[in-house]
Design a protein around this ligand. Structure first.
Ligand code: SF4
Length: 313
């Protein structure tokens, strides 16, 4: 337990002479009760993933949790006041975590250590990870980081101590464990139906409405199949149109164009176009044949013509 300094407990309404402040304290029951609790918090001894290593470092000699009266980590939830959720919370582990939380006596507190425990962290929306432990149990303090340093965890623990200092026995909203009757235990999630994907909420709500009306639910609606036209004539037509070869159609097209160009060249030189090409592309063959009948270009005659025009102009 941390060393007692009576000055922390003084109530300012009743001033005490300076020379007596180290020996006498006039305080309220809430204040001394909160001071006792927050100076001797016993964390539950468990860790989930990499953040747990930092938690262990915080408890070791360099950072020394015992300065806060927290060095007594308990292996039993029955003797613990504080649950430090240090690490990734998988869907499988959330069930025992909630069970352990229910087994802790009140007053009890929860500290979510690191990005994973606070909101899923780098594994958020992973198939096996819950998006933050606060979906299942109430969290008092969040410590950000991946992982948080021991200093960050100490800062979170000091923040928790301040929160406890602010509670009052006179206000039952602050300390519900002094209310009438025992508190309801937190529902333990069932691995499977209770650990749901929040993105499916609309579907889940719809199915819940169907179930409430006594209608069948949980069945998948398969869209109606579109009627498919018989494909045999299509294939047959394709087979007729395509050449009896399994060559690439683009390659066949290139070959065809090359043959047509060759035919045009032959026609221009005065030769006859091959029959096969003429049949395949009659329009082109006709055009090339008429070009072949044209007179050859006479360069000398053209120059003479230009000269005459210049002389005349
Ligand atoms: S927050 Fe980072 S360091 Fe902590 S458990 Fe998740 S991945 Fe590991």
């Amino acid at each position: 337990m941390a060393q007692l300094d009576l000055r922390e407990l003084h109530n300012t309404e009743f001033p005490i002479p300076n020379e007596m402040q180290g020996n006498v304290a006039i305080t309220s029951l809430s204040k001394i009760y909160n001071w006792s609790r927050r100076s001797a918090m016993w964390p539950l001894l468990f860790g989930l993933a990499c953040c747990a290593i930092e938690m262990i470092a915080t408890a070791a000699a360099r950072y020394d949790l015992s300065r806060f009266g927290m060095e007594v980590m308990r292996a039993s939830p029955r003797q613990s006041d504080l649950m430090i959720v240090s690490g990734t919370v998988t869907k499988k582990m959330v069930v025992p975590i909630v069970r352990l939380y229910n087994q802790m006596p009140e007053p009890k507190y929860v500290l979510a250590m690191g990005a994973c425990a606070s909101g899923g962290g780098p594994f958020k929306e992973g198939y096996n990870v819950v998006s933050g432990i606060d979906t299942y149990i109430p969290v008092d303090i969040y410590v950000p980081g991946c992982p948080p340093t021991p200093q960050a965890l100490l800062y979170g623990l000091i923040a928790l101590q301040k929160k406890i200092d602010g509670q009052s026995l006179a206000n039952l909203d602050d300390v519900p464990w002094y209310g009438v009757g025992p508190n309801e235990p937190t529902p333990i999630p069932i691995l499977g139906p209770d650990i749901i994907d929040p993105r499916q909420m609309d579907l889940i709500r719809h199915q819940a409405q169907l179930a409430a009306q006594g209608l069948p639910y949980g069945t998948r609606e398969v869209p109606a199949l579109k009627p498919v036209a018989p494909s045999v004539p299509k294939v047959a037509a394709k087979a007729q149109a395509a050449p009896a070869t399994d060559e690439d159609p683009a390659k066949a097209e290139r070959l065809k164009k090359r043959e047509e160009a060759l035919a045009r060249k032959r026609a221009a030189e005065g030769g006859a176009a091959p029959t096969a090409v003429a049949e395949a592309a009659p329009v082109v063959a006709t055009a090339t044949a008429s070009e072949g009948e044209k007179k050859k270009f006479d360069k000398q005659a053209m120059l003479e013509k230009i000269r005459q025009r210049k002389a005349g102009g």
